[in-house]
Design a protein around this ligand. Structure first.
Ligand SMILES: Nc1ncnc2c1ncn2[C@@H]1O[C@H](COP(=O)(O)OP(=O)(O)OP(=O)(O)O)[C@@H](O)[C@H]1O
Ligand SMILES: [Mg+2]
Length: 342
């Protein structure tokens, strides 16, 4: 049941943060859509606007941030018009979110079982005793051995991987249609990371839930995503299904990200080619194409005019003046390999 009706539509989204002196535009004209049960990955370096985009879906931009243009539709409703009460109903029940550092979302002075029980009681009417039993069941579902004992623990007693499992259990308590996972495995070592990703996939298959995965790790993207949205400096620069993105990346930024993944060469040496330079801050966006100062192919036009996102294939969009030119695809891209296996 993948992608039949649109579950989430982000349409020409613009997000700005206000300070006393100025307005900083963190996300500018971002659009993408996803269907029920689908996994879409938002990818890009630090500061590209991935978290801000995903937080805006749940109305969590804080006091200084706002959607200043465009809209977000979820399951047919315009959530960017929701008030706080409607947003509260949406969070947890319809859309759940997990973050890189579970400790920031767990209450340090409340036992794990009570926290999950509270989530359950928020979404359905049940007694404390029933909630306790359901919490233990959820802990078991997310692969925690001895769930009854862990339910009595406080968060600090658990390892990072266990905490992330608890977060997933809490997210599952409301049976959400969409799980937003912002760098869910970045703080974990590679083996635990693979286990958590596998768990997320299993939960998705069980429940038909969609996943919006925020990551800078292309290995995670290759394992998890159906569709990939590459963001640079607050804009979408390329969008494609996962196979097309890795086989035929057209934006020089996407190519750079792929080449920056460490790989083993013929002599058994590890090599990676980082993209020189850094993402510009919202306050110092370059004129023209936002990537041109770092782009090895930039020509005069790129310094003057920012290209629109153009469609170059059925599911392939690229924001580059040379999007149609295959001369942009360097030969070295043929030997890339995902870094982890789930
Ligand atoms: N509360 C805020 N106030 C002002 N600017 C903000 C705020 N939150 C984010 N920004 C700015 O918005 C831009 C996008 O930030 P965002 O956190 O979405 O990046 P990201 O792609 O998630 O990066 P990372 O990979 O480091 O998590 C950055 O330039 C950041 O400084
Ligand atoms: Mg982030």
């Amino acid at each position: 049941m993948k992608g039949i009706a649109r579950l989430l539509e982000v349409d020409r989204l613009r997000i700005a943060f206000r300070t006393e002196q100025e307005e900083a535009v963190a996300v500018d004209d971002v659009s993408f859509a996803m269907g029920h049960g689908e996994t879409i990955a938002l990818v890009g370096e630090s500061g590209c606007g991935k978290s801000v985009t995903s937080l805006s879906i749940m109305g969590l931009l804080g006091a200084t941030g706002a959607v200043t243009n465009g809209e977000i539709r979820f399951d047919g409703s315009v959530v960017t018009e929701y008030g706080e009460a409607e947003l509260r109903k949406l969070r947890g029940k319809e859309i759940a979110m997990i973050f890189q550092e579970p400790m920031t979302s767990l209450n340090p002075v409340m036992k794990i079982g009570e926290q999950i029980g509270e989530c359950l009681r928020l979404h359905r009417k049940c007694s404390r005793k029933e909630a306790k039993r359901a919490a233990a069941l959820l802990l078991k579902k997310v692969g925690i051995a001895r769930p009854e004992a862990v339910a009595k623990d406080y968060p600090h007693a658990l390892s990072g991987g266990m905490r992330q499992r608890v977060m997933i259990a809490m997210a599952m308590a409301g049976n959400p249609k969409l799980l937003i996972a912002d760098e869910p495995t970045t703080a974990l070592d590679v083996t635990i990371q693979a286990q958590i990703l596998r768990l997320m996939k299993r939960m998705q298959e069980d429940r038909g839930m969609a996943i919006l995965l925020v990551t800078h790790d292309l290995g995670v993207v290759a394992e998890m995503a159906d569709q990939v949205v590459v963001m640079y400096a607050g804009q979408v620069v390329e969008e494609a299904d996962v196979f097309t993105l890795f086989r035929d990346p057209r934006h020089p930024y996407t190519q750079g990200l792929i080449q920056a993944v460490p790989s083993i060469d013929g002599d058994g040496r590890r090599r990676a080619k980082p993209i020189p330079g850094a993402v510009p801050s919202p306050r110092e966006m370059p004129e023209g194409c936002r990537f041109h100062p770092r782009c090895p192919y930039a020509v005069d036009r790129c310094r003057l005019e920012n290209p629109n996102l153009q469609r170059i294939g059925e599911h392939h969009l690229v924001r580059c003046w040379a999007a149609h030119s295959s001369s942009l695809v360097p030969e070295e891209l043929s030997d890339l390999g995902p870094v982890i296996t789930v």
